[in-house]
Design a protein around this ligand. Structure first.
Ligand code: M90
Length: 331
């Protein structure tokens, strides 16, 4: 059956990531995980994670679950775009989110996590919602929660309704018409190598002219900002007094007092507008007059990423039918 779960911003000051409550095992153990359409491993802090690497995170203890089974001889190791990473071994167990249960979900238990995970006490692991081809478990790749749950859902879809500095929702199996306005525009998805890759039809800065373009990028709930081609972000920040692309700060920064334009991106014949407030991502440090931009260049990444700064401006349908498509609606 279908389900619905909260997407909770982990920091009230700026939307660096969103976590969602899940239960694992018997009796159920509750953890808060980062649902990430940009990867396909479901991994958790666990009783196998060295205590020196655990700092306040909740952990999953398979030895306390009567339904946990070790997936003997299987290991995993993942590296994310920001250089963070983790590795470990694999169990199967009951996994429930928002009322949707998968009875033998591969749950990857961390035996090592990088410092950026140790230092982020609100993230107890990740739920990968990319295509299962990206799963890193060796020697046999495992299916994502969504791939396992699909056949039990009314419709093989999940939707993301992320919000600016507020709690949003992930829905599984149905499309909630009250969460968007107008029509949903569906676009084809390129499933190789395994991201939700689609092509945007162009962009506009503020209420300036629309520039038709084909911008191939991934819809990624696990990425805080939005990373687009240099010529796009240069034309955006060129409209902001005092904005500079700073090597020191690692991206475009601007005087917090400067006025920002909105940013509109094309989705087929339709478009989504990201309000200026979403692009004023955060002060460099508490009280600083320097602010960090929510739109950054993708040139160092090798892939354009529509991250949370863009996704929270829309209602997004991840349609896992064959062939998969991605739907965008205003809200
Ligand atoms: C543009 S890929 C960088 C991106 N990681 C981010 O977006 C992190 C997220 C974060 C970091 C620390 C705490 C909380 C959240 O946040 C920042 O990097 N920033 C936010 C704050 C800002 N001041 C600086 C920049 C990234 O690897 N995502 C992956 C998932 C992510 C990994 C880190 C933990 C949270 C989930 C994933 O979807 C995309 O994997 C790849 C993308 C492209 N090829 C390979 C992998």
């Amino acid at each position: 059956e279908n389900g619905s779960a909260a997407a909770i911003p982990i920091d009230p000051r700026f939307d660096i990531a969103y976590v969602t409550p899940v239960t694992i095992g018997t009796p159920p153990q509750t953890l808060y995980l980062d649902f990430d359409t940009g990867s396909s491993d479901l991994w958790v802090f666990s009783s196998h994670t060295p205590e020196s690497q655990v700092r306040g995170q909740r952990i999953y203890s398979p030895e306390k679950s009567s339904t946990a089974k070790l997936l003997a001889g299987h290991t995993w190791s993942i590296l994310y775009g920001d250089g963070s990473g983790s590795l470990g071994n694999v169990y199967t167990d009951n996994f429930t989110v928002g009322g949707v249960t998968v009875t033998s979900q591969a749950v990857q238990t961390a035996q090592q996590v990088s410092y950026s995970f140790t230092s982020q006490s609100e993230i107890h692991g990740l739920v990968g919602l990319g295509f299962s081809t990206l799963n890193t478990v060796f020697p046999n790749g495992q299916l994502t929660f969504f791939d396992n749950a699909k056949s039990t859902l009314d419709s093989p879809v999940f939707t993301a309704d992320l919000k600016w500095k507020k709690e949003g929702t992930y829905d599984f199996g149905f499309i909630d018409e009250t969460k968007y306005t107008g029509e949903i525009t569906y676009l084809p998805v390129q499933t190789d190598p395994g991201y939700w890759t689609f092509t945007s039809s162009g962009y506009a800065v503020g209420d300036g002219a629309f520039h038709p373009a084909s911008i191939v990028g991934i819809a990624d709930t696990g990425t805080s900002l939005t990373y687009l081609p240099a010529e796009v972000v240069t034309s955006y920040w060129g409209q902001v007094d005092g904005a500079v692309d700073s090597d020191y700060y690692g991206g475009y920064v601007f005087p917090c007092s400067s006025k920002l334009p909105s940013f509109t991106f094309g989705v087929g014949p339709a478009n989504i507008t990201i309000p200026a407030s979403y692009i004023n991502y955060a002060q460099i440090t508490e009280g600083s007059p320097v602010c960090f931009g929510g739109l950054q260049s993708s040139s160092w990444l090798g892939v354009n990423i529509w991250g949370d700064v863009a996704l929270k401006a829309a209602f997004v349908v991840f349609n896992g039918a064959n062939p998969p498509t991605i739907g965008w609606a205003k809200k």
